[in-house]
Design a protein around this ligand. Structure first.
Ligand SMILES: O=C(O)CCC(=O)C(=O)O
Length: 253
């Protein structure tokens, strides 16, 4: 693909871009109200990291993940042909003891995709800042190849199989916090090193991750939760047909 916009140039240089406006305050307030209802129904334990691919069940998640403005942004960084791979809320509740964190990792490592291509939009449902444990990233690490991942020795890692890039591979002097206002998003590349600290503030920090892949990325292994992906074509064409066609769960806006 030709990297032509400033956004795409920054993304390919650093492996992420942040602070992009997506939803207006009124729009994100509506989506937050939907999430609050879901949380009241399902409970915090489930909502912390258990809402994986609920865009198939909950229309508001589908609308967030397929918003044309989001797809326009993602197309700028990944090209014309875009499959929606997955959605996953990362909701960190106030945690004065500072137990729940996300260890340094690269997304693509346990997703079973070949070639290892994926892109994530992290949409802030709540304001996300240093105090409540926003995402952090290390610029340029998406160009290093796949790092070794071990099991984290520290309890409380929210990642699916407790994976972690060992400290000796992580240069923490280069870390950039990805602070976002509710309704904004960051985009990150599937090989970028990223993590987040515990939420020791009194405020919830909820974000929706929306994962996208190009059609050439086929699934060669089950992912870390033992599932087959069910991608849906969002933009352009799928000339590879690696995946059975999945019907859209709801109409698109
Ligand atoms: O929300 C977080 O703190 C971490 C999210 C994450 O690891 C991801 O989007 O892959």
């Amino acid at each position: 693909m030709t990297v032509s916009t400033d956004l795409a140039i920054a993304y390919h240089r650093d492996g992420f871009v942040t602070g992009l406006d997506l939803f207006s305050p009124a729009e994100i307030a509506q989506y937050r109200a939907c999430f609050d209802q879901l949380e009241a129904r399902e409970g915090r334990e489930k909502c912390q990291i258990g809402l994986i691919n609920w865009h198939f069940k909950e229309e508001f998640i589908w609308q967030m993940a397929t918003d044309p403005r989001l797809l326009d942004l993602i197309k700028q960084v990944m090209g014309e042909d875009v499959l929606l791979l997955a959605t996953h809320f990362f909701c960190k509740y106030p945690d004065q003891e500072g137990k729940k964190f996300v260890a340094w990792h690269q997304d693509i490592t346990y997703w079973g995709l070949e070639p290892p291509l994926a892109h994530t939009a992290w949409i802030a449902v709540d304001d996300s800042d240093i105090a409540n444990g926003c995402m952090q990233a290390i610029p340029g690490t998406h160009k290093r190849g796949i790092a070794p991942h071990a099991k984290s020795a520290r309890a409380g890692n929210l990642l699916s199989i407790n994976q972690e890039i060992p400290d000796e591979h992580v240069d923490k002097s280069k870390v950039v916090p990805l602070e976002l206002k509710a309704g904004q998003l960051s985009l990150h590349e599937g090989q970028l090193y990223h993590a987040s600290h515990p939420n020791t503030s009194p405020r919830r920090r909820c974000g929706l991750t929306v994962r996208f892949i190009p059609p050439e990325a086929r699934q060669v292994m089950l992912n870390s939760t033992g599932q087959q992906w069910q991608p849906l074509l969002m933009r352009g064409a799928d000339r590879y047909h690696h995946y059975p066609e999945t019907p859209a769960p709801f109409a698109r806006a």
